[in-house]
Design a protein around this ligand. Structure first.
Ligand code: THU
Length: 136
């Protein structure tokens, strides 16, 4: 059972740590692992703009580096309105959790949208295409 309010609260908390002096667009994410752990992330920008890392990938990479490989939901908190994860983040998340529930909210946690990752990234390229291992 996902405590959606709690996950959103953690994404909003992570958003406060965003390092975004160039875009002034803070993003926070909270990724719920199958074992109950939650990994949070914020966007981390760089003077060399292209090196910027999104909040969702920070959360995912933190999780994998801590031994979590299975995930059930991610909450993403953006600015004025709920925003969807970028294409790169969709692909990286899909590797581990095609069925991930994506909860999108604004910077105050008011508006909410819920969608499955597989709907955000239809006909995705995945580990199964390599014929090596299945994900999820
Ligand atoms: N950003 C994220 O953190 N996640 C997304 O899914 C979309 C964009 C960040 C990257 C950059 O620091 C800022 O938002 C503006 O694009």
């Amino acid at each position: 059972m996902i405590d959606e309010d709690k996950l959103i609260a953690l994404a909003l908390e992570a958003r406060k740590q965003a390092y975004c002096p160039y875009s002034n667009f803070p993003v926070g994410a909270a990724l719920l692992a199958a074992d109950g752990r939650v990994f949070s992330g914020c966007n981390v920008e760089n003077a060399s703009y292209g090196l910027t890392m999104c909040a969702e990938r920070v959360a995912l990479f933190k999780a994998v580096s801590e031994g979590a490989w299975k995930f059930s939901a991610i909450a993403i908190a953006c600015g004025e309105g709920a925003c969807a994860p970028c294409g790169a983040c969709r692909q990286v998340l899909y590797e581990f959790a095609p069925d991930l529930l994506v909860i999108m909210t604004d910077g105050e946690g008011k508006s909410r949208k819920r969608v499955k990752l597989s709907e955000l990234l239809p006909q995705a390229f995945s580990p199964t295409d390599l014929g090596e291992k299945g994900s999820g």
